[in-house]
Design a binder for this molecule. Sequence first.
Ligand code: UT7
Length: 403
Amino acid sequence: MIKSRHRKRQIRANGENGRYAHVTGWGVEVPERVLTNHDLEQMVDTSDEWIRERTGISERRIADDRDTAVTLGTRAARKALKHADILPDDLDLIIVATMSPVYLCPSTACLIQDQLGATRAGAFDLLAACSGFIYALSTAAGQIKSGMARTVLVIGTETLSRITDWSDRGTCILFADGAAAFVLQESDTPGGVREVVLHSDGSGGELLYVHSGARPTWNGAEAPASLINMNGRGVFRFAARVMSSATEEVVQQAGLTLNDIDVIVPHQANMRIIDAAMRSLKISSDRVVANIERYGNTSAASIPIAIVEAVENGQIKPNDRIVLVGFGGGLTWAAALLEWEVTPTPASYGRDVLREGLYILARVRSLINRMLRLLEALFFRAPSDRQPRQRAGTPAKPPQQDE
Ligand code: UT7
């Protein structure tokens, strides 16, 4: 039983019973297709100069017709499993942060679980817009520190191009597609995900929203179904405020100062927001990860994509203390403090082959399960099934294997 704020902090920092949640593997998957600012000039009334000056974005990646949040997320996840050198069956839990799922139900996490063949894992989606990855990381670390899970896969995956209004120059210049996945594992070595702060303010929900099929609309106004609606200036003002406050809060919670932090990884939404926040924190640009110029805003995938790039180009090094900080629709904002103590797992050819074999087996297993369900429906009908039923609504396409 938690008796005090102090004790709560101790559990967050040290883990209950000496359990710590370390990042042991990661993977990124971005679509090949590049959409430049010059391409956008042909689509809406904008210019390369305006977009670069006001956002810092030059180009972004857009998924082709076959890709979805599931396919991108699955490929990122496979890379992360390979990097951590674990098998799909090692996973206890899969958490997906996304605001562009193919379906509200089934979750993107369940469809990825099926693609991976992670037969032991629970799976669910989490929606906290662009703060989603930090929310998911926090949930995963909490599961591990409490002893409820040992190995958790966290994925941020988005195909925002599918929910972008391509005639709205205020949003279509910002959003993009991509995915990244982290494997978190229990360890008795101190470090890993040390501190997290999560915040929300639903009173600002109308600043950035996407409709589900279940209406009503904000303020009774009719809006295009399932497309991103955003009050850019409103989100900008909110973001500039909370990025610095959340960074300071998470650092203080860890009993550290900003000088103890090696690298900050902010949500890649607008270079002006990042610059303003870092200026107010007096953090020089060499300590800030920024790749928005090449990827635009990939929402829940933006922070993990930026981390992986920074690890690969040496900006984040083993034993670095890093702060992740994000904000987004909801409104939500969050920050996490990680100690990046990953020692590379030596690549094992045999395990690679085994993993690939298991992915093929997963597809076969999934197909067999579907067929068995069909047979079950044919031969083992419940008495009530024999009566023709009236069905409400339009029948929708059932989830496909590749979605
Ligand atoms: O992950 C969280 C997601 N959202 C965000 O982070 C969004 C945060 N907000 C922003 O990034 C910025 O507010 C935007 C990039 C969306 C807009 O930049 P801004 O500097 O806030 O521009 P503004 O909305 O104040 O508009 C300034 C002018 C307007 O023209 P007038 O009224 O001054 O004549 C706009 O119509 O710029 C115009 N404008 C554009 N012009 C050329 C707006 N979008 C464009 C455009 N190209 N794409």
